[in-house]
Design a protein around this ligand. Structure first.
Ligand code: MTE
Length: 303
């Protein structure tokens, strides 16, 4: 598997070995991988760029998926109600091959690779997650983006009988997100179908979700059922809810505070009550890869 954008680190490099082995024992039903070399992990020591993996338990039990409730524990408790098979995605708008595609058709022919990415929520918590997925650009190339298209709009499933959170009109369901076309085509942008080598858990956005690691987590829309190519900036869930608080771009930016949360620092989930504040990095640490897309843009105004 490729490990691009993680300085070619493998999971062994970023996870303290003992933890990884414990996990393997759990996942493999007790078959220990002894003799696999118990060296200390090579996790980088710097606070800000730290790729120590967040545990599978934390990644799958501390979630935001408002369709299943607003508490962090609601998605893990309720998301099993969502039917993910069969699953179809409508791809429409300015594309050569619009249509309704089954999940199998979407994934067919894609090279599923592992991407170890940092996830930074605007609520100031962060995680490091080993996703399995493929570059969104590959799918866009297959469906053929027409000239003049400038944005991609996404929608999540909205099925009230399976999603108790839809009873509460917090946002204008279905959950919507959007990217500028160059952001969507960027090689860091993936559609993820799994994490920790497991199929995507429902609470994390099964069966397929977006992951855009240099933006606040809310851009990474879950359980996608519609992808539309358009020439206009599409409405997005949180920006519609409170434009002053949540911009369209939503690039992680320690210099632009959310009205309620300074974005200067963040805390890793799993650190417990006394987790230290760690510095937030511009573009969540992916500045080198993505800053060129925003050259000349005022990132405070276009937040
Ligand atoms: N997608 C949908 N459909 N509904 C949501 O409530 N929450 C977003 C994003 N995608 C959300 C969503 C937010 S705020 C974050 S931080 C991430 O999902 C959390 O992803 P995770 O639960 O897999 O960590």
């Amino acid at each position: 598997m490729a490990h691009r954008y993680t300085s070619d680190l493998t999971r062994d490099d970023v996870t303290p070995k003992q933890l990884y082995l414990n996990r393997r024992q759990i996942m493999m039903g007790g078959t220990a991988l002894m003799g696999a070399g118990l060296g200390a992990g090579k996790a980088r020591a710097e606070d800000a760029w730290d790729l120590t993996l967040t545990s599978y338990e934390d990644v799958t039990s501390y979630n935001n998926f408002y369709e299943f409730g607003t508490d962090k524990s609601d998605p893990a408790r309720n998301a099993h109600m969502m039917t993910t098979d069969p699953w179809e995605i409508v791809i429409d708008g300015m594309v050569d091959n619009p249509g309704t595609y089954s999940l199998a058709e979407i994934v067919e022919g894609q090279t599923i690779e592992e991407r170890i990415y940092r996830l930074r929520c605007v609520e100031r918590w962060s995680m490091v997650i080993p996703w399995q997925g493929f570059e969104f650009a590959d799918l866009l190339e297959r469906v053929g983006v027409q000239e003049g298209a400038r944005y991609v709009a996404f929608e999540t499933l909205a099925r009230p009988e399976e999603m108790p959170g839809l009873r509460v009109p917090i946002i204008d369901w279905p959950y919507k997100e959007g990217l500028r076309l160059d952001e969507a085509m960027h090689p860091l942008t993936i559609l993820a179908t799994g994490l920790y080598d497991e199929p995507m858990p429902n609470q994390n956005g099964a069966p397929i979700r977006l992951v855009v690691p240099w933006k606040y987590g809310y851009k990474s829309i879950k359980s996608i059922v519609r992808i539309t190519l358009t020439d206009e900036q599409p409405p997005t869930a949180w920006n519609t809810y409170a434009p002053n608080e949540y911009g369209f771009y939503s690039n992680v930016n320690p210099n632009r505070s959310h009205p309620r949360w300074s974005q200067e620092f963040e805390r890793r989930v799993g650190g417990g009550l006394f987790a230290r504040n760690i510095e937030t990095l511009m573009f969540n640490g992916y500045e080198e890869e993505v800053a060129h897309m925003y050259e000349g843009m005022d990132l405070i105004e276009f937040h």
